[in-house]
Design a binder for this molecule. Structure first.
Ligand code: ADP
Ligand code: MG
Length: 251
């Protein structure tokens, strides 16, 4: 049972509390969306779970399969089955996607174990076919000069190859164009399975027209102020975030 449990998580950035007590459980096979206005702490939540060194967890817990992620180094978190898709992925000039993915997969094997090259390429091309990605793509340098859509394609391919138990995707306000939006949503929908849990962070409702979440949570000022099913995203689109803010002020 690989579920992700976030328990009463509080996160500081430069002495300021940004995440003010988030509790959320994502079970295998579920897609949870977190929505909320800009500056509300969505990316801070993602980076804290990823183990970004600038963010201090002042209290709370994050468990994957009952094991605390917070005591692990970022690479250990990856080995435990966590995958992070970044809002602004890094460029790695001179390293091809094929070699980058191979190194990432090799790094997850036990010491002394060698990744079988033939098997690796077979798997890589099979995944690319299922995601409708041209095989030529693997000879490009990671994210170097990539369009927004190509970065997303690279990210989805990494996710397919690493086959995580849990994926955390921050797609917030990154100005996803329609091409990138399609790639992310087709990719996620292809990879969606009963063994994968997904936490999808987004500012825009329209992504959720393509990836229909099981649960939607609205975050405001560091807290989840409302949870529901996919209809909550539609309600938010119709009424805007000011609707949530007003409710909080009058609560
Ligand atoms: P969201 O992803 O919901 O838009 P963020 O988590 O990026 O929100 O930001 C939450 C708060 O942290 C905001 O008030 C923002 O101004 C602040 N913040 C974000 N990044 C930094 C940074 N690098 N330095 C200082 N403050 C930051
Ligand atoms: Mg953000």
């Amino acid at each position: 049972m690989s579920q992700l449990e976030i328990k009463a998580l509080h996160v500081n950035l430069a002495e300021r509390e940004i995440v003010k007590g988030i509790t959320l459980t994502v079970k295998p096979g579920e897609v949870h969306a977190i929505m909320g206005p800009n500056g509300t702490g969505k990316s801070t939540l993602a980076k804290a779970i990823a183990g970004h060194p600038d963010y201090t967890i002042t209290s709370g817990e994050v468990l994957l399969d009952g094991r605390s992620l917070l005591e692990m180094e970022p690479d250990e978190r990856a080995r435990a089955g966590l995958f992070l898709a970044f809002q602004y992925p890094n460029e790695v000039p001179g390293v091809t996607i094929a070699n980058f993915l191979r190194a990432a997969m090799q790094a997850r094997l036990a010491e002394g174990e060698e990744l079988d090259a033939t098997g690796y390429y077979k798997q890589l091309y099979a995944k690319m076919d299922s995601l409708k990605i041209d095989h030529k793509f693997t000879s490009r340098s990671v994210n170097t000069g990539f369009s927004g859509g190509e970065k997303k394609r690279c990210e989805i391919l990494q996710m397919a190859m690493l086959a995580p138990k849990f994926a955390l995707m921050d797609e917030t306000d990154s100005g996803l164009d329609i091409d990138a939006l399609r790639i992310v949503s087709d990719g996620v929908n292809t990879l969606r399975s009963s063994t994968l849990g997904i936490l999808l962070i987004t500012h825009y409702q329209r992504l959720l027209n393509y990836i229909v979440p099981d649960f939607v949570h609205v975050m405001y000022d560091g807290r989840i102020v409302r949870s529901g099913d996919k209809d909550l995203a539609l309600e938010l689109e119709a009424k805007g975030y000011s609707w949530v803010k007003k409710e909080i002020v009058h609560a």
